[in-house]
Design a protein. Sequence first.
Length: 132
Amino acid sequence: MMMAVGCIQAQRCNTNTCPVGVTTQDPRRARALNVPDKTIRVQRFQQGTVAQAQQLMGSMGLHGPAEVQPWMLMRRVDEVATSSYADLYEWPEPGELLDAPPESWAADWLRADPDSFKARRSREDARHADRR
């Protein structure tokens, strides 16, 4: 989606100096972004993405995204091997994260903040930062 808007991957998103105006709050830089033109490009990109997803699901014999299961999706793990997402990741049951998150998710779950996209720093994160 960012590429459809005009992102050139300058990797300055967090500096407020995006050269194409995509990720900036600076009104001067934001003027570089032609919103009416980009709106059409993003719409076409999204339509193409949905069409391709539908084609993939249809070729798998599925009727929609609700039928896609983790074991159906494969990921290349090295030069010659692939594994299904079911084998690579834990898939909690509905409500499990609220009741008792899996042990392997516990550290991330404790650092998550429902009021911010910025994760809380753990003691270990702070120790690593102090060593730098």
